[in-house]
Design a protein around this ligand. Sequence first.
Ligand code: T46
Length: 140
Amino acid sequence: MISNVRLIDIVEHIDYRGGLIAIESLKDILFDIKRVYCIYGVNPENKRGEHAHKKLKQLMVAIAGKCTVKCQTVEEIKEFELCSPNKGLLVEGLVWREMYNFSRDCVLMVIASEYYDEHDYIRKHDDFVKAIKNRTLSAD
Ligand code: T46
């Protein structure tokens, strides 16, 4: 766990027919769900993400296959392996994220607190570093 990023457990309901996971707004995750999107069919050579968000909160779940998510916050950089529907990576606040090492069968489901808004993205790493410095200075 690092600040603004943590792995949460998701209950799996498994019987002879297969598995099921459920994520309820304001119960399992403490934000209102506005959007769900899935990333799939990623070539293992490719990297996605490489940006931060100003406001967005998200829960990322590898519902099939696996991938690695690297998160950079004001304090540190940490890699998380997502490889099961029973683990979700909660990412909130100013976090630079990169996703890679996708298995070909990976389906990464992302549950988001906001509608899609390009203005919420910080796409240049230099701007991200400036933003975390400004936030740290204003908190002092
Ligand atoms: C994030 C990581 C985990 C939409 O039209 N609606 C959407 O809700 C999203 C997420 C994307 N798009 C369009 C925008 C681009 O033309 O889909 C295209 C690919 O999006 P992007 O390059 O931002 O995808 P990733 O995989 O780099 O990043 C995505 C999310 O955008 C981002 O919020 O945190 O997954």
